[in-house]
Design a binder for this molecule. Sequence first.
Ligand code: MG
Length: 255
Amino acid sequence: MIELRTPAQIEQMKPAGRFVADVITRLSEVADVGVNLLDLDRVAHEMIKERGAESCYLDYHPSFGASPFGKVLCTSVNDAVLHGLPHDYALRDGDLLSVDFAASVDGWVSDSALSLVVGTPREEDLRLIDTSQRALAAGIEAARVGNRLGDISAAIAEVARGEGLRINTQFGGHGVGRTMHGDPHVPNDGRAGRGLKLQAGLVIAIEPWFLHTTDEIYTDPDGWTLRSADGSRGAHSEHTVAITDDGPLVLTARD
Ligand code: MG
């Protein structure tokens, strides 16, 4: 079911967006060569406790998950791109890290993700990250009253195709509200002018993610982490966006 939020409710959603943005910023500052993924999870967990927020991940147990997630953060490294379960791994020079974080503040959820390289980057990794960020910006730009859902999907896909990337539509954006995952599904590929008509009050996570040379993924034996079928690296950029009469409002915007 698609739920629309009133301007007053969107106002109430801002603290969650602010908090999630602050956590992502902090993680991007902490992530470095030698830092363990479990330390990143701890940083996010401490911030949740200090803020009195609630994790969306800790007890998350959907049909595709082997068991409750048990951590508060997704950390996906190199050939892992989504749902990376933090484990005992110290980041190495040149690793491509994607962090994805969602939390609830005052009963409202926000969701955001960022990719970065620790240490010396490979040119191709920076380019992949940049592509995911440009795709996100294009998707946000299309998130306007009067457009259709397909306009967001098509805008994302156009950026990816311009880089010769293939697009997986199995996992994509989603409605965000009292819970992390609601309707509608926001695929990272689609036809402009098609699908749901966008109205003021629709709040969605837009989250392009791409792999260098494939659109196929498989689930790691940990039951969560999604990895590229061919070992190529992935990048992921996500914001929670409220569609308003004044245009798209990025709730998880970082300073
Ligand atoms: Mg997310």
